[in-house]
Write a protein that binds this ligand. Structure first.
Ligand code: MGD
Ligand code: MGD
Ligand code: MO
Length: 652
C-alpha cells in the first residue's frame, strides 16, 4: 500500500487496548473482556438497562447482527440497538412501511434490465452502487430510458437521457408537480388507484398548487423537463424508481420518500415484474442488519416489538423478559447523552465521531459516557476515545455468514482469509462478554446462529445454508424450504379479490419544507456532502492509497462561481458554516451548478467536513440533513503544496 498525503493507512488492530491514566495501553484478551463485562454489569446495576446502547455493524454478517441485538435484548435487557441505517435509509424503511406495511425495496435488480424507464432520484450509482449501475446500463442498452434527478450533473447523469438538476431540498415540489401533471394529463392508472390505494382525492387537491411553473421557480428544473418526466413515467409500460441519500439525508426525509411513493401509486408502477421502487441501501449489509432486528423497534424479520404475541414467542425462545416498548435510535442515544441518560455505549464497527454531523457535538457527547467500548478492525477516531478497544476480524473476508443486499437477496459469504493474529471473530467476542455476564453462550458457528434465527423469522424460514448455496442467494420472503416467492413485492395490490389484496396503500400528503440551514448573505452557498468512487465513507477502510483519480478532499465548485470569486483550480479556501470552518482546496468542475458546492467526509486528517454539517434530523426516522448545509467561501493565502494538486476529473 502506498500512502498519499491526504490519508494515512490505518494499521489493523491486533491487541485489545485499555485506557489507563488517560492513555490506551495494550492488554490481554482476558483482561479486556473482563473489563468490558464488568463495565456493562456495573452500568446496568447502577443506571438500569436503558442507560446502555449498542451500535451494530452494517458491514458485518446477518449472524453477527442477530447476536448483537440478542446480546442487547437478553444480556443487557434493553432495545437500545441501532446502526448506521439511521444515517442513510431509515426514512426509506419508514416511508415504505407507511405505504405498504413493509420496508424493503420492492423489485429485484434483474427487473431493471427488463423495464422501459429507469428513474435514478438523488443517487449516484455509477460511483456508489456500481453493481446496480451495471444492471441499469444493461436496461439502457435494451432500450430503457434513463432519467437522473440530482443537483449535480453526476457521473451517473452523464449516461442519462435526461438530467433534472434540481435545487437541494426541493424534491417534494418536484414530485408533486410530476403528480399533478400526470393527473391533469389524464395519465393516471385509475383501476390501480381505485383498487389498491386510499386518499387519491385529497392528494389531487393537495398537489394542485404545484403547477409546472411553480415547481420550476422552486426547484430550478425547467417546466418542460418536469413535464417530460411526468409523461414518460406515466406512459411507460414498466418503470423503476430508485432513490438514495439525495432523498433520505434531509430533515424531512420520510416525507420525501412518501412524495416519491405517491408517483408509483398514481401510475401502478409497483407490485409487478419490471415496475417498482428501489431504495439502494448503503453498506454491504445494512439491509440485513435491520432485517436481523439490530434496530430499536423490530425483532428479526421486521416483527414488531410492540406486539405482545410476538414478544412472548421471543421471550420463550430466549428465556428472557422483553420490555414492551421501543428502544432508542442511534440519534436518540446521542441525544440521551446530553441528558446523562446513556452511560455505556458498545460500538461494533461504526465510526460515529466521523460519521455523525457536527463533530464537536459528537465528541462532547461521548465524553459524558462512563464506558465506551469499541470493537473494530482499526483504531478509528471513535476507538481513539474508547475506554476499551477490541480487535475484530473483517466479516466480509475473514468469517463465514450471510449478507442481504438491496434486492433483499440473502447470500452466503465464506471465510477467505485468516484474521491477523490477535484479532477475534465478532460473534466470539460477544459470546465471551455474555458468558462473563451470566449467559454461558458457547461459540456458535454462523450456520447455528442462522438456524436459530430462521426458526424465529417467517420471512427467512425457508433459507437453509444448503439452499442459499444451491440458489446462489435467495430473496426474502422465503417462507418454507420447498418454496420460492417472486422477486418483487406487493403483487397482492393487483388482485381483483379484496381479501387477497389486503390493506390498500395510502397516498402521503406531505408538504414542502426547505432545508433547515437557510441560505443568506453571510452563508450564500449550499454545501451538499456525499461520495466519490475511490473513497469509502469515513475512510477507515479506504485510506492510504493513491490513484490517478484521487486528489484527497476538494470543495467541488462550478466554473461560474469560481470565476466570480476569482478562484483557481486547486486554490485553498476557507469554508465556514454556522457551526465550524475548514480549509480545503477547490476543484472547479462543470458537474456543479452555480450556488452549489460538494465535499465527501472521507479525509478527516486533511479536512474535517463534519465540522460544517448540521444535526437537524428527520423526526420520524432520525436521519440527519447531511445533504444541506449553508456555507460561505473565503479566499485565503495559497497554502503550501495546494497548487501541486493533479487536475480534477471532469465528472462527479
Ligand atoms: N464509492 C463509494 N460507494 C459507496 C459508499 C462510499 O462511501 N463510497 N458508501 C455506501 C453508503 S453507506 C451509502 S448510504 C451509499 C450512498 O449512495 P448515494 O446516495 O448514491 O451517494 P451520495 O453521494 O451520498 O448521494 C447521492 C446524490 O444525492 C445528491 N443530492 C444531494 N442533495 C440532494 C437533494 O436535495 N435532492 C436530490 N434529488 N439529490 C440530492 C448528491 O448530489 C449525490 O449525487 O453509497 C454506498 N456506496
Ligand atoms: N457528511 C456526511 N456524513 C455522512 C454521510 C453523508 O452522506 N455525508 N453518510 C452517512 C451514511 S449513509 C453512513 S452509512 C455513515 C457511515 O458511517 P460509519 O458506519 O460510522 O462509517 P464507516 O467508515 O463505514 O465505518 C465502518 C467501520 O466498520 C469497521 N468494520 C468493517 N467491517 C467490520 C466487521 O466485520 N467487524 C467490525 N467489528 N468492524 C468492521 C471498519 O473498520 C470501520 O471502522 O456515514 C454517515 N455520515
Ligand atoms: Mo449509508
Amino acid at each position: 500500500m502506498r500512502s498519499d498525503r491526504h490519508s494515512t493507512p490505518y494499521e489493523r488492530l491486533t491487541r485489545p487496548l485499555i485506557r489507563e491514566g488517560g492513555e490506551l495501553r495494550p492488554a490481554s484478551w482476558e483482561e479486556a473482556l473482563d473489563r468490558a463485562a464488568a463495565a456493562f454489569t456495573g452500568s446496568v446495576q447502577q443506571h438500569g438497562p436503558n442507560a446502555f446502547g449498542m451500535l451494530s455493524c452494517a458491514r458485518a454478517t446477518n449472524e453477527m447482527n442477530y447476536m448483537a441485538q440478542k446480546f442487547t435484548r437478553v444480556v443487557i435487557g434493553t432495545h437500545n440497538v441501532d446502526s448506521c441505517n439511521r444515517t442513510c435509509h431509515a426514512p426509506s424503511v419508514a416511508g415504505l412501511s407507511a405505504a405498504f406495511g413493509s420496508g424493503g425495496g420492492t423489485s429485484s435488480y434483474e427487473e431493471v434490465e427488463n423495464t422501459d424507464l429507469i428513474v435514478v432520484w438523488g443517487g449516484n450509482p455509477r460511483f456508489a452502487h456500481p453493481i446496480f449501475f451495471q444492471h441499469v446500463l444493461k436496461g439502457v442498452h435494451r432500450g430503457a430510458r434513463l432519467f437522473v434527478v440530482d443537483p449535480r450533473r453526476t457521473s451517473s447523469a452523464q449516461w442519462a437521457d435526461r438530467w433534472l438538476g434540481l435545487n437541494v431540498g426541493t424534491d417534494i415540489p418536484l414530485a408533486h408537480a410530476i403528480g399533478r401533471e400526470i393527473i391533469h394529463a389524464g395519465l393516471t392508472n385509475d383501476t390501480f388507484i381505485k383498487r389498491a390505494t386510499t386518499g387519491f382525492e385529497q392528494y389531487r387537491e393537495f398537489v394542485e398548487p404545484w403547477t409546472l411553473a411553480a415547481a420550476e421557480a422552486e426547484t430550478g428544473v425547467p417546466a418542460e423537463a418536469i413535464r417530460e418526466l411526468a409523461h414518460a413515467y406515466a406512459l411507460a409500460e414498466r418503470a423503476q424508481l430508485s432513490w438514495t441519500l439525495g432523498v433520505t439525508e434531509h430533515h424531512n426525509a420520510t416525507d420525501n420518500v412518501r412524495a416519491l411513493i405517491n408517483l408509483s401509486l398514481l401510475t401502478g408502477h409497483v407490485g409487478r415484474y419490471g415496475s417498482g421502487l428501489q431504495p439502494l441501501r448503503g453498506q454491504n449489509n445494512v439491509q440485513g442488519g435491520g432485517d436481523m432486528g439490530a434496530i430499536p423497534d423490530r425483532l428479526v424479520g421486521f416483527q414488531d416489538i410492540l406486539d405482545p404475541d410476538i414478544r412472548s414467542r421471543f421471550e420463550k425462545a430466549w428465556n428472557t423478559t422483553l420490555q414492551p416498548n421501543r428502544g432508542r435510535t442511534l440519534t436518540q442515544m446521542f441525544e440521551a447523552m446530553d441528558e446523562g441518560e446513556l452511560k455505556a455505549l458498545y460500538v461494533i464497527g461504526e465510526n460515529p465521531v466521523q460519521s455523525e454531523p457536527e463533530t464537536t457535538k459528537t465528541v462532547r457527547r461521548l465524553a459524558t459516557l462512563d464506558h465506551l467500548v469499541v470493537q473494530d478492525l482499526f483504531l478509528t477516531r471513535t476507538a481513539q476515545l474508547a475506554d476499551i478497544v477490541l480487535p475484530a476480524s473483517a466479516s466480509w473476508c475473514e468469517s463465514d455468514g450471510t449478507f442481504t443486499n438491496s434486492e433483499r437477496r440473502v447470500q452466503l459469504v465464506r471465510k477467505a482469509l485468516d484474521p491477523p493474529p490477535g484479532a477475534r471473530d465478532d460473534i466470539a467476542i460477544l459470546c465471551d462478554i455474555a458468558e462473563r455476564m451470566g449467559h454461558p453462550w458457547k461459540h456458535p458457528t454462523a450456520e447455528e446462529v442462522w438456524d436459530e434465527l430462521r426458526a424465529l423469522s417467517p420471512i427467512h424460514r425457508g433459507m437453509s445454508y444448503t439452499r442459499l448455496e444451491e440458489h446462489q442467494g435467495i430473496q426474502w420472503p422465503c417462507y418454507s424450504e420447498d418454496s420460492l416467492e417472486p422477486g418483487y413485492l406487493h403483487g397482492r395490490l393487483w388482485s381483483a379479490d379484496p381479501a387477497e389484496r389486503g390493506e390498500p396503500a395510502p397516498f402521503g400528503l406531505v408538504g414542502h419544507s426547505p432545508p433547515v440551514d437557510l441560505l443568506d448573505d453571510d452563508y450564500p452557498f449550499r454545501l451538499t456532502t456525499g461520495r466519490r468512487l475511490d473513497d469509502y465513507n469515513t475512510g477507515v477502510q479506504s485510506s492510504g492509497f493513491s490513484s490517478p483519480l484521487r486528489r484527497g478532499e476538494t470543495l467541488d465548485i462550478s466554473p461560474e462561481d469560481a470565476e466570480r470569486l476569482g478562484l483557481a483550480d486547486g486554490e485553498t479556501v476557507r469554508v465556514s458554516s454556522r457551526r465550524g470552518s475548514v480549509l480545503v482546496p477547490v476543484a472547479v468542475t462543470p458537474a456543479m451548478r452555480a450556488g452549489l458546492v460538494f465535499m465527501t467526509f472521507h479525509f478527516p486528517d486533511q479536512v474535517d467536513t463534519q465540522l460544517l454539517t448540521i444535526d437537524a434530523t428527520d423526526p420520524i426516522a432520525g436521519t440527519a440533513e447531511y445533504k444541506a448545509a449553508a456555507v460561505r467561501i473565503d479566499k485565503v493565502a495559497q497554502a503550501a503544496g495546494a497548487a501541486e494538486q493533479p487536475p480534477v476529473p471532469a465528472s462527479a
